[in-house]
Design a protein around this ligand. Structure first.
Ligand code: DX5
Ligand code: ZN
Length: 221
């Protein structure tokens, strides 16, 4: 079943508790938390204490996206903060295999992420260690950007790779997902959609959720 993973980066941070409740009331199961170090990406967001604060308030599945040059140094802190899934970039400076193993050793689900210019083949050998593959459809660092359409073409390739691997790996898309393009992304193979501004800044978020769920049903996800 398809999942929406609302990115807190698009939420009203001054009223975060209410924003999390809103997500729960919409019947959504996941929450996407973006962590940026000002080095791997040209922006800074929040750290493990932020995850811990959200964990205390909700039982949503916490989908943590680490945009860090050295994610290995922080795996333990993010795991102890209550993350359910920790995703790291294959382009980070730390060895991705070692980092994925460290995440699993903490008893957490592990994800691998590729930036727009990274080909799907870069992660094929890592799939046996992964529970999720995250495809960036914008250059990471900021919410509210437009989706890079050529990145969507990687999805069928990755879906096929995942099927070949034989593990139940989720395929998530992050960056510029809106009600208008969700159908195309789902049809291309995604089964988890990150939505920041597309959901939190929508006039009628319930209508957005209903429309995206309908698109998912239409293509069997
Ligand atoms: C960007 C982040 C995204 C971002 C998505 O680097 O990884 O998760 O918050 O926001 P929207 O959906 O607004 O593009
Ligand atoms: Zn993200």
């Amino acid at each position: 079943m398809m999942d929406l993973s609302p990115s807190v980066l698009g939420a009203d941070l001054l009223h975060l508790g209410d924003e999390v409740k809103k997500v729960e009331q919409l019947g959504i199961r996941w929450l996407h938390l973006d962590h940026m170090d000002g080095h791997f990406v040209p922006n800074i967001s929040f750290g493990p204490d932020f995850v811990a604060a959200i964990r205390r308030q909700t039982s949503l599945f916490l989908d943590v996206h680490l945009m860090l040059s050295h994610p290995l140094d922080y795996v333990k802190a993010y795991a102890q903060a209550g993350s359910d899934l920790i995703t790291v970039h294959v382009e980070a400076e730390d060895d991705p295999e070692q980092t994925l193993r460290a995440i699993r050793a903490q008893g957490k689900q592990a994800g691998i992420c590729i930036k727009p210019k990274t080909p799907p083949q870069a992660i094929e050998a890592l799939l046996p260690l992964c529970d999720l593959v995250l495809v960036m459809t914008v250059e990471p660092g900021f919410g509210g950007q437009g989706m890079m359409q050529d990145c969507v073409e990687k999805l069928p390739v990755l879906r096929e790779m995942i099927d070949r691997c034989g593990r139940p790996i989720r395929l998530e898309v992050d960056g510029g997902v809106k009600q208008e393009n969700a159908g195309r992304v789902l049809a291309a193979g995604a089964d988890v959609l990150v939505m920041g501004t597309g959901l939190f800044r929508a006039k009628d978020p319930a209508q957005v959720v209903a429309a995206v769920m309908e698109e998912a049903r239409a293509c069997g996800r």
